[in-house]
Write a protein that binds this ligand. Structure first.
Ligand code: DHE
Length: 547
């Protein structure tokens, strides 16, 4: 019952599954199986992220047939074509979908949703590949790479990551990973890099090998976004955990081999209404620094699970009632408190990871908070604060995180800043930096989506602090397309910050390096292999939760 000898993971993304049309009802639009397969592919690749596989709604509205049929074909078609200011993309007028595709999707959405198959232990074991067994791996580091200052860079549309040197900007290697690869996380020792694709394929890469390469692989479902490893003293590199969107579940794996050990479904009741939800997806997962626990955000039920990995045979899970719809988040500067966005409710939930309790739920005052990991700053008036920007507007909320030193402002929005515009995804700072960097990659205006706003902490005493605009796309010297500037990440010394210039798949992209002290351009990394770079994960900062 060991790992499968051969498996072709790229064959089974949700969009590629051949699911039969569910039972017809009178008045259903006519659709051939071929059209239905195409529509499923489009839906799972473009729509399910916001609306859910079963269309129960989360960041996007519910699209169950009681609603879509009430609205009717023409309404749905126009909505898909033109989008809405609330965040629905204008798939038709943007040219992302042809008129025929919009018509197909409008008809498809009037049909009952498809239910993809489950993915349990048997399926996982079938996909599990131990490429290099632990005993066959090097016993010491075999390369001269400065691992702490290595960046794992997501190459989204080529399904790869690039390993880039933080000192020399040299690309040490490009490694094949999952479909539309999403994030990287690092084991507690810093040796193993874990990467997860949207197709739920996990790659475990050994950074000690002469040429870092994948040593184990597994698929944990059909659709996933999150991966993390055990960080607690005594459990370093022992376990990995991956969270899936479909099926809604998480799996704890052996940290050396990715052997799946325990799968837990997240299906169950919504925290407040206590109604059953068939698809509560696993969003961000972080590893506690205070207890042997993974902190698992369950989006649709609004629950934060503290999964105790000290005895996984007798698994203890603490279920904290928080808020819907949990998405992403990170620690405060002490790493004791975990702040996570309940984005569709405009709130941030705060968990005390030392006590294992809910500390606060804070309204951010903006529309759809999207912090990434957030950013920790030393505010001249309010002491330590944590920042989040918003998808739906240009505001940035600073939340007090110092209940001992600044009890009056703890877990409250102490200041609101105004950045370049809506469509922001990530903010970033560093303990050694006095800057807060804010992106706006999803803003429709090319000048805005191609720039970064920088606030100086020293200016936060002003009522409405002004920001400096960094013209990152201009610095990259890329004229073609509408590249979006996304997700800043610091190097290990905290003296420079990298931004991705994320262009179309067939166009030139780049990574722009900015000097944190002078805010001047330091370097542009360009290479034909850098296809659609998005997330960047510095080994040290990711491992130690420095942001
Ligand atoms: Fe992400 C983090 C989900 C689209 C880049 N993204 C996360 C996390 C979740 C998530 C749950 C937190 C993981 C964790 O911490 O364990 N992302 C989703 C989606 O559901 C969504 C909205 C739509 C989808 O269909 O996937 C989505 N994400 C995107 C993108 O389009 C981005 C901008 C580009 C890309 O590469 O796909 C993108 N997401 C990122 C990045 C992080 C991330 C770079 C990690 C940020 C960090 O600093 O740790």
């Amino acid at each position: 019952n060991g790992p499968a000898a051969s498996y072709e993971p790229s064959m089974t993304t949700l969009g590629q599954l051949n699911i039969e049309i569910p039972g017809r009802r009178e008045g259903d639009p006519v659709m051939t199986q071929e059209e239905y397969n195409t529509a499923n592919k489009i839906y799972f690749e473009r729509c399910a992220g916001c609306h859910g596989v079963l269309r129960k709604g989360a960041t996007g509205k519910a699209l169950t047939v009681d609603i879509t049929r009430e609205n009717g074909y023409e309404y749905v078609r126009d909505f898909i074509t033109y989008g809405s200011p609330a965040g629905m993309p204008n798939w038709g007028t943007s040219g992302d979908m042809s008129e025929a595709e919009v018509d197909l999707m409008a008809r498809y959405i009037l049909l009952d949703p498809a239910t993809p198959p489950e993915f349990g232990m048997a399926e996982m074991r079938e996909t599990w590949k131990l490429i290099v067994a632990p005993e066959d791996r090097p016993s010491k580091k075999m390369n001269d790479i400065d691992i702490d200052n290595l960046f794992s860079v997501t190459l989204r549309d080529s399904g790869q990551i690039a390993l880039i040197d933080g000192e020399t900007y040299e690309i040490h290697g490009i490694i094949d990973t999952g479909y539309a690869v999403h994030i990287s996380r690092i084991s507690a020792s810093g040796r193993y890099l874990f990467v997860i694709g949207r197709d739920a394929l996990v790659n475990m890469i050994d950074l000690w090998m002469e040429t870092p390469a994948t040593v184990a692989q597994i698929k944990v479902g059909a659709e996933a976004r999150s991966i993390e490893t055990s960080k607690m003293k005594g459990f370093e590199d022992k376990y990995a955990i991956a969270g899936a969107y479909w099926p809604p579940q998480y799996v704890i794996m052996d940290g050396d081999t990715l052997e799946p050990l325990k799968i837990k479904s997240t299906r169950g009741m919504v925290y407040d209404t206590q109604e059953y939800h068939p698809e509560p997806r696993v969003a961000a997962i972080v590893a506690s620094h205070y207890r042997p626990e993974f902190i698992v955000n369950v989006k649709e039920t609004g629950k934060i699970l503290l999964v105790d990995y000290s005895d996984i045979k007798n698994l203890k899970v603490t279920e904290i009632e928080a808020e819907r719809f949990l998405h992403d988040g990170g620690f405060d500067s002490t790493k004791r408190y975990f702040l996570t966005a309940a984005n569709a409710r405009g709130k941030v939930a705060v968990i005390d990871t030392k006590e294992g309790t809910l500390t606060a739920i804070t309204e951010t005052g903006g529309q759809t908070p999207h912090p990434g990991r957030g950013a920790n700053l030393m505010h001249p008036t309010f002491g330590p604060v944590w920042a989040t920007s918003h998808l739906g507007d240009e505001s940035i909320a600073l939340i007090g995180t110092d209940p001992e030193g600044h009890p009056d402002s703890a877990w409250k929005v102490v200041q609101t800043l105004y950045g370049l515009g809506g469509g922001s995804l990530f903010v970033k700072s560093h303990p050694k930096s006095e800057n807060l960097y804010v992106d706006a990659p999803l803003n429709p205006d090319a000048e805005v989506s191609g720039s970064i706003a920088v606030f100086k902490t020293g200016d936060l005493t002003q009522e409405e602090p002004e920001y400096t605009t960094l013209p990152i796309v201009e610095w990259a010297g890329i004229a073609e397309g509408q590249p979006r500037v996304v997700q800043g990440e610091f190097n290990v010394d905290g003296d420079e910050i990298w931004f991705s210039v994320w262009n179309g798949k067939d166009l030139e992209s780049a990574i722009v390096v900015v000097d944190d002290k002078t805010l001047e351009l330091k370097h542009v990394i360009k290479d034909p292999r850098l296809i659609t770079p998005t997330g960047k994960f510095n080994v040290f900062n990711t491992r130690q939760d420095v942001y």
